[in-house]
Design a protein around this ligand. Sequence first.
Ligand SMILES: Cc1cc2nc3c(=O)[nH]c(=O)nc-3n(C[C@H](O)[C@H](O)[C@H](O)COP(=O)(O)OP(=O)(O)OC[C@H]3O[C@@H](n4cnc5c(N)ncnc54)[C@H](O)[C@@H]3O)c2cc1C
Length: 391
Amino acid sequence: MLTQVAIVGAGPAGSLLALLLHNAGIESIVVERQTRQHVLSRVRAGVLEWGAVEVFRRAGVGARLDAEGHVHSGTGIAFGGEHVFFVDIERHANSRFMAYGQTMLQEDLYLAIDQANVQIEFEVDHVAIHDITTAAPSVAFTQHGESKRIDCQFVVGCDGFHGPAKSAMPAGVLRTYEKTYPFGWLGILSETPPLEQLVYCNSERGFALASQRNPMLSRYYVQCPLEDSVDDWSDDRFWHELVLRFPDRIAKQIITGPSIDKSIAPLRSFVAEPMRFGTLFLAGDAAHIVPPTGAKGLNLAVSDVHYLSRALIQHYHDRHDHYLDRYSEMALRRVWGSVRFSWWMTSLLHRFPDHTEIDQRLQEAELAYLQSSDSAQAAMCEQYAGLPFED
Ligand SMILES: Cc1cc2nc3c(=O)[nH]c(=O)nc-3n(C[C@H](O)[C@H](O)[C@H](O)COP(=O)(O)OP(=O)(O)OC[C@H]3O[C@@H](n4cnc5c(N)ncnc54)[C@H](O)[C@@H]3O)c2cc1C
């Protein structure tokens, strides 16, 4: 097979990139390890920065997002069993965000890709990336037992945290930074009306989050020990624990019901840099992971793809590599900003098993400061809303 850009991974980053390139007349072929159905069924992110919403609109997948996404002007924060305050992103950062499920977004992307006749090869195995120091790299793989190869001009690894792309860089080039957290998030999805706002909660029993996907689909999380499995958490146990964590006036608004999905995710900060070597580029979770507390993972995947699609379009349309040459440093500036913010939100809102009494009092003092200070809220809002893309 022959194409201009070979993309490994058809999650949000890979499929959005393929679509933006197609819209600009640039050919790509995407290879994906899983079945289409498997990718579509993964329940994950659901909070979109406004910059990401605009990228999806530009890609031509804004219609359902605009019709069904729930626009929010801020978020609630609860702590100490009784305090609840609203952080007004619209007032402080002149921006808003949208609650819209990644599963729906992935459906929208695949539908647009089908209409555009962009080629995605599902159920591929043994992906190997070759010759990235040349102008003619290739991606070899097997599919249903048959060996295949894509010859191309650029390879983009959009293959998530566990994908093979970053290890195609030569030893000594790639630097990785990692921090793991001593707890996970147990998340459930239930077909019940959510709270009107997102509410983050720091309680003495651990973190909790009330989130949402649509007017009849709620997403709730509780911090849990890493050793727990979903079998330890019946629906009854989950709801009981959730309402104990929120202050009464929030807890009594929570409408419970059977879960339709339940999973536990570990929390991690991870960055691999550079995000380019030769003709290989990395985008999305392939290069960085953030704990979900700041709602940045999907948004960073979108900003990487925004920068990279602009760079490839400039390369093919204007025969100019200004943006390609700056892709890694530009993307990484935004990545490190979000890694820092996500670490800060995680540190602020969770109970850490190794916290001493003074650590605990400092965390409470920081929450009280955030509640009382307009300046502190403005700093949080600027980052929660998402920093602007660089020109
Ligand atoms: C429980 C949970 C909650 C989250 N909540 C939020 C949130 O609220 N807000 C937010 O912004 N983000 C959130 N995230 C993060 C967000 O879901 C990810 O950042 C996002 O999916 C990244 O997209 P991606 O395309 O880069 O990677 P992925 O979605 O991981 O896609 C990578 C693709 O590559 C494929 N692949 C892997 N290996 C290979 C291979 N060898 N060959 C071919 N294909 C391969 C995978 O099958 C996958 O389809 C959450 C994540 C989880 C797990």
